[in-house]
Design a binder for this molecule. Structure first.
Ligand code: DAH
Length: 367
């Protein structure tokens, strides 16, 4: 039987000896001091004080030591762990203060900055003019009608007496939508809204329709593949060309001022018979050019081309289910962009579509 081996001192040969414990402690303290943020400290805590850290593993060995050595080792390890935990808590507190200070700097808001100097946007003058035009008609009891931009070929053309072989179809360079068998177009004018309105409601009809239209035009100072028109349509008993003239004169005066009226020149549109081109009395020279001076706005003409109009063709009434024996009507259509151009001296159409807010702000704000 062998007695206790007095030569055997487990403290010397396990990770529990002083040197090892000190090394583990110093390593842990150095790592704690080196942690620069809370995230890093969290990793250090797991590595040096967690369940699988060297010091925790060493702690588990204590039970295997003889009683005297157990006490020493227990003290040593306990002290080291205490120091490590204390250092962790201290570093944690420091880093929390740092994080908060950093947040205050990074997320700071200077409430003394001038908050009311932000540049404001502006409504587009085409929008405000469209609304102003609609208001003129709403004030007379008309309604605003709308239709889709992608339109059925039949409504854009056929219903308006523009059959497939009608030569006037080619006057409007059309964007066709795919697939061709769907027979859809980007509407080339606002006139299909006439057809839609007649097909969906009973006369009397008094509608105005401002909106976008599309044609395969070049994009230059006077053309754009997208532009705006306003369409008007009246269907009632006893409506004549005289009502049309009176309406357009009132429209002209409302937008361009007292005394500005219109004149008709004979023309042709498949959807109206008779048809006319509408000219607007020049609101600058009041029709006196060229007798008085060479007006820049009307180029010395005294009149400005404004749009097309006429008495609704009975064929259109019939196609749209309106009794052409009982009802007659008139229609007109003009370009809103063109109207804006000569009303405000806009020289290049592209300025209206390129979205530079400086163009819009120049028109001021209009509610
Ligand atoms: N839709 C025609 C165009 O785009 C304009 C027009 C002319 C509309 C005569 C009408 C009208 O309602 O009666 O060129």
């Amino acid at each position: 039987m062998s007695g206790p081996n007095s030569e055997y001192d487990p403290v010397q040969v396990t990770p529990l000896d002083e040197e090892h414990v000190n090394a583990m402690r110093e390593e842990a303290l150095a790592a704690i001091a080196a942690a620069t943020d809370l995230e890093a400290l969290k990793r250090v805590r797991a590595e040096h004080a967690g369940d699988r850290s060297p010091i925790a593993l060493a702690n588990r060995e204590i039970g295997a030591l003889p009683p005297q050595a157990r006490k020493d080792a227990g003290q040593r390890v306990g002290q080291a762990r205490g120091l490590i935990n204390q250092a962790l808590a201290q570093r944690q507190a420091e880093l929390e203060i740092e994080a908060e200070a950093r947040m205050l700097v990074e997320e700071t808001v200077d409430v003394t900055l001038p908050w009311d100097r932000a540049t404001q946007g502006a409504r587009h003058p085409i929008t405000t003019l469209s609304e102003r035009i609609a208001d003129v008609f709403v004030a007379m009891g008309w309604e605003v009608a709308e239709g889709p931009l992608v339109e059925a070929e039949w409504l854009n053309f056929d219903a308006l007496n523009l059959g497939p072989d009608h030569p006037a179809r080619t006057m409007q360079d059309t964007f066709w939508a795919d697939p061709p068998e769907d027979h859809l177009v980007l509407r080339t004018h606002t006139s299909p809204v006439q057809a839609r309105t007649m097909l969906t409601r009973e006369p009397p009809i008094y509608v105005v329709c401002p909106g976008r239209v599309f044609r395969t035009d070049e994009y230059d100072a006077t053309h754009s593949p997208m532009f705006h028109q306003v369409e008007g349509l009246v269907i009632d008993e006893g409506i004549s060309m005289a009502h049309l003239k009176g309406t357009l004169d009132h429209f002209a005066e409302s937008i361009f001022g007292p005394g500005i009226d219109t004149r008709f020149r004979p023309s042709y549109f498949p959807f109206t018979e008779p048809s006319a081109e509408v000219d607007l009395r020049c609101f600058v020279c009041r029709g006196l050019s060229p007798a008085v001076d060479d007006c820049r706005t009307c180029k010395g003409e005294g009149w400005i081309e404004w749009g097309g109009c006429g008495v609704v063709n009975p064929r259109v009434l019939t196609a749209c289910g309106v009794d052409s024996d009982r009802y007659t009507g008139f229609a007109f259509g003009m370009g809103i962009d063109r109207t804006l151009m000569f009303r405000h001296g806009v020289a290049d159409m592209r300025d209206m579509f390129e979205g530079d807010v400086r163009f819009s702000t120049a028109f001021g704000s209009e509610l």
